[in-house]
Design a protein around this ligand. Structure first.
Ligand code: ADP
Ligand code: MG
Length: 347
């Protein structure tokens, strides 16, 4: 008898899957952020060491995790957010796959400290390869959850080698936090390096979008912002599209790639990005970039969020039509500006 095909060991499967979801520290951070926001936190504090490779810690003040749930917390496909496949049509949380913490536990040393409101104390549990090590220990702590990831990729040496130094990872982490901070109302965010007292980034819960842009991207951007609001278009399922874009007086070589949130999800949305970049290129000096932030809401039933484990992409009906409507609205806004400026100068 000859055969070549055999089933992979479950630990190998889990490690492969983990590598797909967590490619770099910023991916782990995004998952933690989304969990903290899903847990209704109003304050999220992040500490980083060596670009998140040595240490990445997030402390939130959300609902916490029940002690009884701790043993299966890091098993793959365990979640509190989805129970039937149909639930996906109306999912209101970022998470639903139950893969993030599992993945992280396969490629780092993971410690979770958490307290629900009705528990007298916090509990701390350590995870390795999807499993809890020992029992949860009672410890002192505030309501909420602290996730500590140490030595990310310690057991994936090839990944560790391919990641550039800590500073590059750090700026990517700051960028992800900045994006979520701008789009998430009513939540305070802070980021600092381990051992530092000064925050690298700090946004208050009650800051306006414009204030957050100023804090995070600087006043040069914030003072040239134009609010944008695209008209609702029921027949193509566009419920709303609002945001802030810079006018044609702002341009920078330092490019912040456009920030798009579709139904609350940070997505890359390359076709829309291309359309907007091209549009601005006719207004701005060559090589200069605008700042663009759009928050788009699509009819839920038209949207498929389950395209990829990282959820960086979504698919929806009438994509081309919706992008066209948004494009035209921005075009009209920029066009009218340019016109008024010409008008003023010919007076
Ligand atoms: P998912 O978010 O897809 O459910 P995760 O692996 O990210 O999967 O998280 C697994 C579960 O752990 C979540 O469903 C949630 O119940 C719990 N959890 C994770 N992080 C937090 C947090 N910061 N606060 C409260 N619960 C959390
Ligand atoms: Mg999650």
């Amino acid at each position: 008898m000859t055969s070549r095909i055999k089933a992979l060991d479950i630990d190998v499967v889990n490690k492969i899957a983990a590598g797909e979801i967590i490619v770099a520290p910023e991916n782990a951070l995004k998952e933690l952020l989304e969990n903290a926001i899903d847990a209704k936190s109003t304050s999220i504090d992040i500490i980083i060491q060596d670009g998140g490779l040595k240490l990445l810690q997030m402390t939130d003040n959300g609902v916490g995790i029940y002690k009884e749930d701790l043993p299966i917390l890091c098993e793959r496909f365990t979640t509190s957010k989805l129970s039937t496949f149909e639930d996906l049509n109306s999912i209101g949380t970022y998470g639903f796959r139950g893969e993030a913490l599992a993945s992280i536990s396969h490629i780092s040393r993971l410690t979770v400290t958490t307290k629900t409101k009705d528990s007298a104390c916090a509990y701390r549990a350590i995870y390795q390869e999807g499993r809890m090590v020992g029992e949860p220990k009672p410890v002192a702590g505030k309501d909420g959850t602290q996730i500590l990831i140490e030595d990310l990729f310690y057991n994936v040496p090839s990944r560790l080698r391919s990641l550039k130094g800590g500073n590059e990872q750090l700026s990517k982490i700051l960028d992800v936090v900045a994006r979520y901070a701008i789009n998430t109302d009513g939540v305070a965010f802070s980021v600092k390096k381990a051992g530092d007292t000064l925050n690298l980034l700090a946004v208050r819960a009650n800051n306006s979008t414009k204030d957050k842009v100023r804090t995070v991207f600087g006043s040069a951007v914030a003072s040239e912002l134009l609010p944008i609001a695209v008209e609702k278009s029921e027949e193509i399922g566009l419920l709303s599209c609002e945001g802030q874009i810079t006018n044609t007086s702002y341009y920078s070589k330092k490019s912040v790639s456009p920030i798009f949130f579709i139904n609350g999800r940070l997505v890359s949305c390359d076709p829309l990005k291309r359309m907007i970049t091209q549009l601005y290129s006719s207004f701005l000096p060559k090589g200069h970039k605008p700042f663009v932030y759009l928050r788009i809401d699509i009819k839920r039933e038209n949207l498929d969020v389950n395209v990829h484990p990282t959820k960086r992409e979504v698919r929806f009906l009438f994509e081309d039509e919706i992008f066209q409507v948004i494009f035209q609205s921005i075009q009209a806004k920029l066009g009218s500006l340019d016109h008024s400026r010409k008008f003023v100068t010919t007076q």
